[in-house]
Design a protein around this ligand. Structure first.
Ligand code: F6R
Ligand code: ZN
Length: 194
């Protein structure tokens, strides 16, 4: 669009009244990302379950623009690990992102290339700022409810999924006796330079 525009984002589903792309990520897009590979394989053998969806308003890939949209992580678990997004660094590393939680209950798991980490809780009304250079992943810990967030990030940021695919996040969110627990990822690989 080349003139200012608006769209609606309304309860209960928060599906935007306008968007450019609708991405659906299923279990098969998350091969190797969940800690419990046996549980993952069992689920995959039954169904390629839909894990999350992204509705995005794409803007030109230049610094002055803001790409934005809605992320919907459906509830569920793979083994003890809650449903989550792939997670990524931005390709232009020193770019930030802002999230506003509209619905559900979850966590944003974040880490810097140096191995610093942060996990922030998300509930309706939470506004979360992801610092430049920090990788980010949304995790839905709500029982039976979608985690819905609005996000906006610089148009030129791009996405680097490969680093997280190879190294994982330092922290995982697992169910422990019915409640979410933030635990060390035994498979996390520290970056060589940090
Ligand atoms: C964009 C961004 C979000 C995520 C979305 C899905 O930079 O952080 O829009 O893209 O929550 O997560 P990923 O992209 O990790 O599959
Ligand atoms: Zn991002």
């Amino acid at each position: 669009m080349t003139i200012p525009f608006s769209f609606r984002l309304e309860a209960p589903d928060f599906i935007p009244s306008y968007y450019d792309t609708h991405i659906k990520r299923t279990l098969s897009a998350m091969q190797g990302q969940f800690l419990d590979q046996n549980a993952y394989d069992r689920m995959r053998a039954e169904d390629d379950t839909l894990l999350y969806e992204v509705y995005e308003i794409h803007r030109p890939e230049v610094p002055g623009e803001l790409s934005h949209g809605i992320s919907i992580v459906h509830p569920g678990r793979v083994g003890a690990e809650y449903a989550m997004t792939k997670g990524h660094f931005h390709r232009v590393l020193d770019t930030s992102e802002i999230y506003h939680c509209l619905k559900g209950h979850g966590f944003m798991v974040m880490e810097s290339p140096e191995g610093e980490w942060a996990v922030e809780e998300l509930s309706p009304g939470t506004v979360l700022y992801v610092l430049p250079c920090w990788a980010h992943r949304s995790v839905n810990v709500g029982a039976g409810e979608d985690l819905v967030t609005f996000f906006a990030y610089p148009g030129h940021a791009g996405h680097d999924y490969g680093t997280i695919e190879a190294r994982g996040f330092r922290k995982l969110v697992l169910d422990r006796n019915g409640a979410p627990a933030i635990v060390d990822n035994p498979r996390w690989v520290k970056a060589a330079s940090s």
